[in-house]
Design a protein around this ligand. Structure first.
Ligand code: PLZ
Length: 457
């Protein structure tokens, strides 16, 4: 019975045509999703749990730069980059070459058994490009959530304290500890408890909603933490300099430096979760730079290795060295193919001048989106830095969230060949985090689709 079922699943495989090279443009050849994607989706439904859902179930055959091609031959302008991962572009030639060469040399030895240079080189590059001139060390892991977990481990060991402070609207991952650190319960943690304790969530700076200047917002955050936990029980404060899943809130000027000063004065490790905002995304290597921050620990992941799984915790040597020998690690952490790709990513950021490209993209997106805001009063705010830009949709004339409009716009865009991502605690933010390789032409084409989408509401 079981054997018969397995055979039927296997014989059901779909003949997916191989996609040759393709032009850099939006192109729709079937309704979305196309027939081959629909057939693939039925196969998936039999074997992949519903907990793993896909925003846009078109199945991908190929991708390059800022274009992804599905198995039906539809070409999408990708304004999401797999949530800010293919920051330097899909299948960047230098990344493909570096990873391919490493694949042929060796794929794994385990750095904690028999080490290799690539791990050290990535640690050197992170030491060089994270804020601050102090001595730094890096541990490499596989995912953003794992970086957050390790940063907390290290901060606790260094301080001998337990408490973890986080901010409202934060997102830090899907593991047990990071679920407890997220602001939003549904869908991330609903029903998955019990959760890790000793996590304290303080109000953040969200200028569009709280209208507070940085100093006042910081005073509110600090006084909340002092009252509810007390500085002497806090090991760390974890902040995203620009919140990702929360909706790209840019904190009011002075807010983050005031938090960092308070941490320093009270022996609390200040951790910047730059998993979404880092690696050139905002036109600086790390968004902390825009706010004049020098975090004790900086977390990178997503864009660091051009799509290969790699993440890191980089920080002050004296803090990083608090963990005992053998206390940090993991089988795949700092995989040699991923580190080879990461080295190529750092080289490409320099040789292609990608920090400047991020500022170019900010300019095109903000100009286009501000023009849309003039036309469509449901766009409450256009915000962000570099290629990390969002619009918050509201009921016109209010600050009330308008999630229905976000869903409708994202769906219209997808139907017309543009991938956009949603965000925000109330689901009312559209965020744009394209690859830094995207051309003005593709951005303007995508903006014209958004214009039509708003007009069609
Ligand atoms: N910290 C700031 O943005 C990942 C989540 C995708 P992982 N954000 C995308 C999803 O639905 O799971 C993220 C982040 C910030 C931590 C993480 C977690 O990184 O690599 O997904 O574990």
């Amino acid at each position: 019975m079981l054997a018969a079922k397995l055979v039927s699943i296997m014989t059901d495989t779909i003949a997916v045509p191989s996609i040759p090279t393709f032009p850099t443009e939006r192109l729709l050849v079937t309704p979305i999703p196309g027939p081959l994607s629909q057939a693939m989706h039925r196969r998936r439904e039999a074997v992949v749990p519903v907990g793993v859902s896909s925003v846009l179930p078109v199945y991908i055959a190929k991708a390059h730069g800022a274009i992804v091609v599905d198995i039906d031959g539809n070409q999408f302008i990708d304004l999401g980059a797999g949530i800010g991962v293919t920051t330097i572009g899909h299948t960047d030639d230098a990344v493909v070459d570096a990873a391919s060469a490493q694949l042929a040399d060796f794929t794994h030895t385990l750095f904690t058994i028999t080490p290799y240079e690539g791990y050290i080189r990535v640690a050197e590059l992170l030491a060089e490009h994270t804020p601050g001139d102090h001595a730094k060390k890096t541990v490499l892991v596989n995912s953003g959530a794992e970086a957050v977990e390790n940063a907390v481990k290290i901060a606790r060991k260094y301080t001998g304290r337990g408490g973890i402070a986080v901010l409202e609207h934060a997102y830090h991952g899907r593991t047990n500890l990071t679920m407890a650190m997220n602001f939003k319960a549904a869908p991330y943690s609903t029903g998955f408890g019990p959760f890790a304790g000793d996590v304290y969530r303080a109000p953040n700076s969200y200028p569009f909603h709280d209208g507070l200047d940085g100093a006042t917002a910081a005073k509110r955050t600090i006084s909340y933490l002092e009252k509810t936990v007390g500085a002497t029980d806090l090991a760390c404060l974890v902040v995203e300099p620009i919140q990702g899943e929360g909706g790209f809130q840019v904190p009011a000027a002075g807010y983050l430096p005031a938090l960092q000063d308070w941490c320093t004065a009270n022996g609390i490790v200040f951790i910047a979760d730059e998993i979404q905002s880092g690696m050139a995304r905002t036109g600086a290597y790390f968004a902390s730079e825009h706010f004049g921050l020098v975090p004790d620990l900086v977390l990178s992941a997503k864009g660091i290795a051009g799509g290969l799984p790699l993440a890191g915790v980089t920080g002050r040597s004296e803090i990083m060295d608090a963990a005992q020998p053998g206390g940090l690690g993991g089988t795949f952490g700092g995989n040699p193919v991923a580190t080879a790709a990461a080295i190529a990513v750092f080289e490409q950021i320099e040789s292609l001048g990608l920090l400047a490209e991020a500022r170019r993209i900010e300019n095109v997106l903000k100009t286009g989106l501000s023009a849309l805001q003039e036309k469509y009063p449901i766009i409450g705010e256009v915000r962000g830095i570099g290629a990390m830009v969002a619009i918050e949709l509201v009921q016109p004339g209010t600050h009330e969230p308008n999630a229905a409009a976000v869903t409708a716009i994202a769906s219209y865009a997808a139907q017309h060949g543009v991938i956009v991502l949603t965000a925000g605690t109330y689901g009312n933010v559209l965020r744009f985090l394209p690859s830094l390789a995207i051309s003005d032409e593709l951005l303007l084409d995508a903006l014209s689709v958004l214009d039509e989408a708003f007009a069609a509401l």
